[in-house]
Design a binder for this molecule. Structure first.
Ligand SMILES: [Mg+2]
Length: 229
């Protein structure tokens, strides 16, 4: 008998590569604005603007680009040349059209698990971008349901479980972010498996002492899920 009925996957940096593209975009942004400030300081300022805007803009590329324009305007003391605004928009368009790079073993894992479990995707980010990425990934057919959540907090997870009629004991979440994929899921009484990715956004990090009091398995690769279950 399977222990769970529904297995949910995070998308970015769990199914496919994402975070390095944001780092790359931030580096490009810092270089572009380096006439005004040191690149290091620009990166710090941008982080502040992006995270400060999350309650209004949410996550994803479009929000990031709006924050870049705000940050650049401030750095230039309201004298930002339109050519730079245009280049910032280009950085965003490049991110939105990047080919999908699946993480190793994903297709095999989904192929195997889909025989015994209902698989779903729970992700944050832009609705259109995430839907397009799923389509381009070729993985869409493995999933019974896809939900782009505006925030991955306990209430958000509970809402999805209620909506899909899933009891917490039947639910397992797999993801790379302790803050978004593991902690809130444990909080509603469901189980989660952490599969770290080599690069994590500062905003998604959690203090070790917070993690030490929680019980969840960590796997070094998604390929180990099948044997683990
Ligand atoms: Mg992720």
């Amino acid at each position: 008998m399977a222990k769970y009925k529904v297995i949910a996957f995070d998308a970015d940096d769990t199914l496919w590569v994402n975070e390095p593209y944001f780092r790359e975009a931030e580096d490009q942004f810092a270089k572009l604005l380096s006439i005004y400030e040191t690149e290091n300081k620009i990166q710090q300022e941008l982080y502040k603007v992006i995270t400060g805007n999350i309650p209004l803009y949410g996550y994803g590329v479009k929000s990031c680009i709006l924050s870049m324009i705000q940050c650049a305007t401030e750095l230039s003391n309201n004298k930002l040349p339109a050519t730079i605004t245009k280049q910032i928009l280009e950085i965003g368009k490049n991110m939105l059209t990047k080919p999908i790079e699946l993480l190793p073993g994903i297709v095999e894992v989904l192929e195997t698990l889909s025989k015994d479990y209902t698989l779903i995707v729970l992700t944050k980010g832009d609705l259109l971008d995430q839907e397009k990425k799923l389509e381009r990934s070729g993985l869409l057919n493995y999933f019974h349901h896809v939900e782009v959540m505006s925030e991955k907090n306990p209430e958000g997870y509970q809402r999805v479980l209620n909506h899909l009629d899933i009891a917490p004991k039947d639910f397992l979440m797999i993801g790379n972010s302790l803050k978004s994929d593991i902690l809130p899921v444990l909080e509603i009484g469901a189980k989660a498996i952490h599969v770290p990715f080599h690069s994590i956004w500062q905003f998604e990090t959690v203090a070790q002492e917070v993690m030490d009091i929680h019980d969840y398995p960590t796997l070094s690769s998604i390929k180990k899920i099948v044997n683990f279950l």
